[in-house]
Ligand binder design. Structure first.
Ligand SMILES: CC(C)(COP(=O)(O)OP(=O)(O)OC[C@H]1O[C@@H](n2cnc3c(N)ncnc32)[C@H](O)[C@@H]1OP(=O)(O)O)[C@@H](O)C(=O)NCCC(=O)NCCS
Length: 277
């Protein structure tokens, strides 16, 4: 992400139609701030966090949901703690209020991405590129024939990147559809050849899907790969980086302006992404 410029903190950000905003958040924070982040969450969110085995996962889950609330609250001009969510049968969260703000969240290690649109289905996925993965074994189980053929055609040193490109693109699409693994992962093909732009090649359930959907790779932190999928074409993209400052500062700021969540976003945008595609 070169040539980035800061959006001034005092500029309130709004989300026009046909624009996608993606926020990158660092989920590690000063432990002393845990109670103030927990205060923003609902009982069911805290209960879900408490069921996670590792303490680091519990903290990051809390940070992710707190950031999600803070960012959504910013757009909706609503205090983060006042938001409530509903879930579809497959666990996809949506805002439980009268709004056309659609969002999706993904996290991997300390990185979270929160993607949003107005009224357009959206899914996002970020993965840390672990090397201790049985790439060909997992791909044989989940990827389509053509995706597997691309993966197996590559020398070993290129397979890790190809695998995670394919995985994140498929996962972003699945998450946008919102029906989890009830959708067979080999029903559709995404691009995964090295250097090939992210795209949905075909969804065999509906051949017109590839004309309606856009998948983009996101330039995230080193060692990670990410993709976002939206049911739209000819859209603009803006990326905001919340990871430059600790999450507790971001959320404390938000709380310090009497819950309006307005003028406190230290955001950075990537002009490369600010174009219609
Ligand atoms: C949620 C799911 C869709 C993705 O899980 P994941 O990759 O482990 O996790 P991510 O960090 O990307 O996403 C989790 C977030 O997605 C959201 N989410 C939950 N269920 C969802 C669904 N059905 N659709 C879209 N988003 C969903 C939630 O906000 C969740 O975060 P939270 O629990 O902190 O609120 C998971 O249920 C799933 O089915 N994964 C499929 C994994 C797989 O085999 N992928 C193969 C790709 S080739």
């Amino acid at each position: 992400m070169n040539s980035m410029t800061w959006v001034p903190e005092s500029v309130p950000i709004s989300l026009p139609d046909r624009e996608v905003h993606v926020w990158q958040v660092d989920l590690d924070f000063d432990r002393a701030c845990l109670p103030s982040l927990e205060e923003l969450l609902s009982r069911d969110e805290l209960a879900r966090a408490s069921r996670l085995y590792f303490e680091s996962d519990r903290r990051r889950h809390i940070a992710g949901r707190a950031a999600l609330r803070g960012i959504l609250g910013h757009y909706l001009r609503t205090p983060a703690a006042a938001l409530s969510f509903r879930y579809n049968d497959f666990g996809k969260p949506a805002l439980d209020c009268d709004t056309d703000l659609f969002f999706n969240l993904s996290h991997s290690g300390s990185v979270a991405l929160i993607a949003m649109t107005r009224g357009i289905p959206i899914g996002v996925d970020v993965e840390f590129m672990r090397l201790d993965v049985d790439f060909t074994g997992i791909a044989a189980r989940f990827f389509s024939d053509s995706e597997n053929a691309v993966l197996l055609s590559l020398p070993l040193q290129q397979r890790c990147r190809c695998f995670f490109d394919c995985w994140t693109r498929k996962e972003a699409y699945i998450k946008a559809l919102g029906e989890g693994l009830s959708i067979p992962l080999d029903r559709f093909d995404v691009s995964n050849a090295p250097g090939e732009p992210a795209r949905l090649i075909v969804d065999r359930a509906d051949p017109l899907m590839s004309q309606r959907w856009t998948i983009r790779e996101l330039p995230v932190r080193d060692g990670h790969v990410a993709a976002v999928a939206v049911e739209a074409t000819a859209i603009s993209w803006r990326l905001f980086d919340w990871s430059s400052e600790p999450i507790e500062n971001q959320l404390k700021c938000r709380r310090a302006v009497s819950g309006t969540n307005l003028n406190l976003v230290r955001a950075v945008h990537d002009p490369i992404f600010e174009r219609t595609c």
